[in-house]
Design a protein around this ligand. Sequence first.
Ligand code: C2E
Ligand code: MG
Ligand code: MG
Ligand code: MG
Length: 283
Amino acid sequence: QAKREGRNTVRLFKRSNSSELLTRLGLVHELNQAIEEQQFTVYYQPQYSFSQGKVTGVEALVRWQHPEKGLLTPYHFLSEAEEFGLLSQIDQVVMAQAFNETKRWHDAGYTDLEVSVNMSYHLFNQVNVLDIVNQLISDAGLSPKHVCIEITESIALNQVKHAKETIQTFQSLGVKVALDDFGTGYSSLSQLRNFTFDRVKIDQAFIRQSTGDDVDAKFVEAIIHMAKLFGFDVVIEGVETLNQLVFVRNNYADKAQGYLIQKPAPKDALALDLTFKQMTDEK
Ligand code: C2E
Ligand code: MG
Ligand code: MG
Ligand code: MG
């Protein structure tokens, strides 16, 4: 262990000059403090279901209310938090908030609303991950069937057996598991075969280029149809325009998520009653 840490330290020094290093050490200190002082907050983004004609779920997205820098998105701290071993804790803070909030939405009448949370490599590969998640769900008084765990394929690359078992155990508890950012990794196709995902989220990169150019449109069409053939619930991420929304609906995607529908927002600013007509009229 000491040896490993020693090597990491050397790497850290070699890669960065001393002022970069100070910045990074400062960030680690700030991140630790942020966890302690509960500076992390959760934004939510609705997922709209075409077949049900309403918002059926929300994705929880972490934000850091930094005392001086203001509200920070994951881009500004997530990879550092991961590198310094803090992301598992942050994930748990996010889950606790998101599950509690979802329970409040249920009590307010949105009785079937589902919540999706993103799970880091570290937490997913922790031996007690199932106990942790199960405990957080029951602490919130939520039913597991209203929870979906989003993982990316990189989570499963090194420990395929653990990944398969963990996914299946989550599912046996009633928790759904989604493959996030589908299509961007090394082994996307085999991931669909090897793992028993409930849901696949097609990466934003695909929809970005999907309308206008016929070839790209066919590409997205093919991805959606393939995921459907495997029986997955298909979510398209990053829908920003009306053309894109209509395109994915016409190609039988189950759900859409993106700025057109709603940008991620704090709990009190969410539009959970959104209709298709409102989405298409207002823009
Ligand atoms: P993700 O899970 O793929 O989440 C979707 C990201 O795309 C979010 O960025 C969201 O704000 C953004 N987005 C949604 N719709 C659109 C759109 O129409 N256009 C564009 N350009 N972007 C859109 P965000 O919130 O900055 O999060 C980035 C990534 O950070 C997430 O990607 C996820 O991988 C990670 N992340 C967020 N929250 C957590 C968390 O609590 N735990 C962990 N481990 N990772 C998290
Ligand atoms: Mg996600
Ligand atoms: Mg994604
Ligand atoms: Mg992503």
